[in-house]
Write a protein that binds this ligand. Structure first.
Ligand SMILES: Cc1cc2nc3c(=O)[nH]c(=O)nc-3n(C[C@H](O)[C@H](O)[C@H](O)COP(=O)(O)OP(=O)(O)OC[C@H]3O[C@@H](n4cnc5c(N)ncnc54)[C@H](O)[C@@H]3O)c2cc1C
Length: 507
């Protein structure tokens, strides 16, 4: 390949990588190549875009995924990441949450200038085209991502019974769970779907045909990066798994929480003792992979009278709870069955959203092997905090709406029993699949997501989050990518003539 000037290689065309490629290529002075291991949009099964099949998407039934086991206290859980253009935004549960102001203010308080709530909220607003609240002080009307809340008639029967029963038991109704001033309470998930209730991945929203036609953007799918290439401490390109070498002025790794740290570790950027164990010379001694966060908690099993009903994705309605009366610290929501499942079952997920425990991503037996992934430990106060959620759910079980659904607890049978919470934690703990923080700003990266001690290399995806937001993580990845792209294009001389990415409908 010919050497281009101001050439940026983006490794991974997933949630963050798609945003980066679109925004960077708005600057004509940059040339951008996006390298995605998985296939292009034409590989999307129609069910990828149909939210009701989201469970099939995330288990790999209708979309290419990579599955890696994560060791937890209760055994190994399969960790899934989308392996296609759009990445995990093509297989996730579509929930589109920002987290709380205090999450980002903690980043700024840790010394990461430009990442406090007042800095990032405008980026959340600019990224969205909120079909319900767009054009207000806290919601955008013109961004690439269409965001709306499920309509009542789109919800499954379990979702509707949950919402009605929670209202019946006195939980405050939250019209907009992305408005922190309204929390805690019961609300409908905002989701990234269009007016016709079709999933819109970040690649569909940002890498529109118009954007892909830019002369300074090349999107290469089915193209897997094997390693980052260096000249001393400067990243100078990548080598693909087919042996092809690509040069660049800057490499931006956006391969996701499990694979971005692996690319760094294989290149000698990581904990010196781990690298020495594998005979990899240390290029930079940094805690890569050492500080992984996630949201964890038990999935309570229920039976109900079928059928499922509705077209909403598995997560439709959520109780955002506060165990101490003020801080939002758990999500409790029914994951409705998929149409092919036994439609008389659903799972009530109860996830702790504030947790300081750290897991890890480490090299496997050989540097080429899949990573060894270990979940963060559950916090010591998990049983006390979840007691609050279990009490709310027990009250919901007694509501008229739950009884009308024919709702029957399967496991645990009695949420009020003295050991119900600890038994559920031991037997039923799940991951919300919000793995973050394996290449965090502050230790591995500076506040512009540049790898410390290395030139020409950034990481921009869920890995960079120094602490996990107390909301779902996909929208945070979009926000991070938008902000870093802006920093990079400002340095490169700003915009250019190319029309900004405006989303599927150009609106
Ligand atoms: C089942 C599931 C459900 C979820 N539900 C929600 C939800 O409802 N709401 C929410 O906010 N969050 C949800 N999440 C989490 C959220 O989707 C992720 O945090 C987010 O999408 C991660 O984005 P990313 O850019 O870090 O990585 P990804 O979107 O995973 O992108 C990484 C990309 O890099 C590519 N890649 C990897 N290695 C290479 C390589 N060597 N060469 C080239 N390309 C490579 C991959 O193929 C992939 O396309 C869910 C996650 C899962 C797994």
């Amino acid at each position: 390949m010919n050497r281009k000037s101001n050439h940026v290689l983006v490794v991974g065309g997933g949630t963050a990588g798609s945003v980066l490629a679109a925004r960077l290529s708005e600057t004509a002075g940059l040339s951008v190549t996006l390298l995605e291991a998985g296939p292009d949009h034409d590989a999307y099964d129609s069910a990828v875009l149909d939210p009701v099949w989201a469970s099939e998407a995330w288990t790999g039934g209708v979309a290419p995924v990579a599955t890696t086991p994560m060791a937890t206290q209760t055994g190994a859980i399969p960790m899934i990441q989308g392996r296609l253009l759009g990445g995990t935004s093509a297989v996730n549960g579509l929930a589109t949450l920002r987290g709380l102001p205090s999450d980002y203010d903690a980043w700024a308080a840790a010394g990461l200038d430009g990442w406090g709530w007042d800095d990032v909220v405008s980026t959340f607003v600019a990224a969205e085209r909120d079909l319900d609240f767009g054009g207000s002080a806290i919601h955008g009307a013109t961004g690439p991502l269409p965001v709306r809340r499920w309509h009542r008639d789109e919800l499954s029967r379990a979702h509707r019974a949950y919402y009605d029963g929670m209202v019946e038991t006195g939980q405050p109704v939250v019209a907009d769970i992305n408005d922190p001033s309204q929390l805690p309470g019961i609300g409908v998930f905002p989701v990234t779907i269009d007016e016709k209730a079709r999933r819109v991945t970040t690649s569909l929203a940002y890498l529109t045909p118009e954007v892909r036609a830019r002369p300074n953007l090349e999107v290469r799918t089915s193209t897997e990066v094997a390693t980052v290439a260096f000249d001393g401490r400067r990243a100078i390109g990548v080598t693909l798994t087919n042996g092809e070498e690509l040069e660049a002025d800057e490499v931006v790794v956006a391969a996701g929480t499990l694979w971005s740290p692996m690319l760094l570790l294989r290149a000698g950027i990581g904990p010196a003792d781990q690298l020495a164990h594998h005979g990899i010379p240390t290029r930079a001694d940094l805690p890569v992979g050492a500080t992984m966060s996630d949201h964890l908690g038990p999935g309570i099993l229920y039976g109900h009278d079928g059928p499922r009903g509705g077209i909403a994705g598995p997560a439709g309605v959520v109780l955002i709870g506060a165990s101490n009366g003020t801080d939002v610290d758990y999500h409790a929501f029914p994951i409705a069955s998929s149409p092919t499942d036994d439609e008389t079952r659903f799972m009530m997920a109860t996830f702790l959203m504030r947790s300081s425990g750290r897991g890890s991503v480490q090299l496997g037996e050989t540097p080429e092997a899949d990573p060894i992934v270990t979940a963060p430990p559950l916090p010591d106060d998990a049983p006390d905090r979840l007691r609050h959620a279990f009490d709310r759910l027990a009250a919901w079980e007694r509501s008229a709406a739950a009884r009308e659904l024919g709702c029957e607890p399967v496991e645990p049978h009695d949420l009020t029993a003295p050991h119900a919470v600890s038994t559920a934690l031991e037997r039923l703990t799940l991951s919300y699949a919000h793995m973050t923080g394996t290449c965090p700003m502050g230790s591995v990266l500076d506040a512009d997501c540049r790898v410390r001690g290395i030139d020409g290399l950034r990481v921009v995806d869920a890995s960079v989050m120094p602490t996990i937001p107390s909301g779902n993580t996909y929208l945070g990845c979009v926000m991070v990518a938008e902000r870093v792209a802006k920093k990079m294009t400002t340095v490169a001389g700003g915009s250019s003539g190319a029309k900004p990415s405006r989303g599927l409908r150009g609106g």
